[in-house]
Design a protein around this ligand. Structure first.
Ligand code: DGL
Length: 216
């Protein structure tokens, strides 16, 4: 029996768990999912706060004998993945992070966008992804911190959230952006609303499937 632990601040990590469950069955695998809802949202908290939560929750999962940890949260990956790898060198740790490389490879206009929490957008991790994989492209940052709350409250349709989505997505109507990276695991639940709002020339990248493939 292989045990995989997943952590997110809330229900966003289910977009990753769903991709695992939709993939061909992993042999005798058990998933343990922690939604840290009492401490949500992570995306507007300090690095110290987020890391303290990640240390506690990882310790909890280790006490339940997990073989691998999936940080199903871009914000927590950016803050904590490297520190947790240093602390637990024998634990397999997979961190979800914005698919900047995929967007940079696919763009024709040279303008890509990433929607993420404030914490992810300000992170060294995102800076490094941009420098490594999208040096020649212009990266537009979409602050989606408020979207987390929409998803937690299950306000998922365009009718529910058109005003707030239009406001935050303004750059997509001002620049020739053709790739939008969903850099927060909550955001794939807004996919139908985003697709209804954005021109079809804009590809919306949900990295969940690519990440699951990596685990096989
Ligand atoms: N789901 C988390 C992510 O992928 C963020 C949600 C939050 O702000 O707590 O970044």
């Amino acid at each position: 029996m292989i045990k995989i632990g997943l952590i997110d601040s809330g229900i966003g990590g289910f977009s990753i768990l769903n991709a695992f469950l939709a993939a061909p069955p992993l042999n005798r695998t058990q998933f343990i999912y922690i939604a840290d809802s009492g401490h949500l949202p992570y995306g507007v908290k300090s690095d110290a706060y987020i890391h303290e939560r990640m240390e506690r929750l990882t310790a909890e999962l280790l006490s339940r004998k997990i073989d691998a940890l999936v940080i199903a949260c871009n914000t927590a990956t950016a803050v904590s993945a490297e520190k947790l790898r240093e602390k637990y060198p024998d634990l397999i740790i997979i961190g979800i992070e914005p698919a900047i490389k995929l967007a940079a490879t696919a763009t024709k206009s040279g303008h890509i966008a990433v929607a993420a929490t404030l914490s992810t957008l300000h992170s060294e991790r995102l800076k490094s992804l941009k420098e490594r994989f999208a040096k020649a492209q212009t990266l537009h940052k979409i602050i989606g911190s408020e979207w987390v709350d929409l998803v937690e409250k299950q306000k998922l349709t365009l009718a529910d959230n058109q005003k707030i989505l239009e406001e935050t997505l303004k750059p997509l109507f001002q620049y020739p952006i053709d790739q939008l990276v969903l850099g927060c695991t909550h955001f794939p639940f807004l996919m139908p609303a985003l697709k209804a709002l954005l021109p079809k020339e804009i590809t919306i990248i949900d990295p969940a499937n690519a990440i699951v493939q990596e685990c096989y």
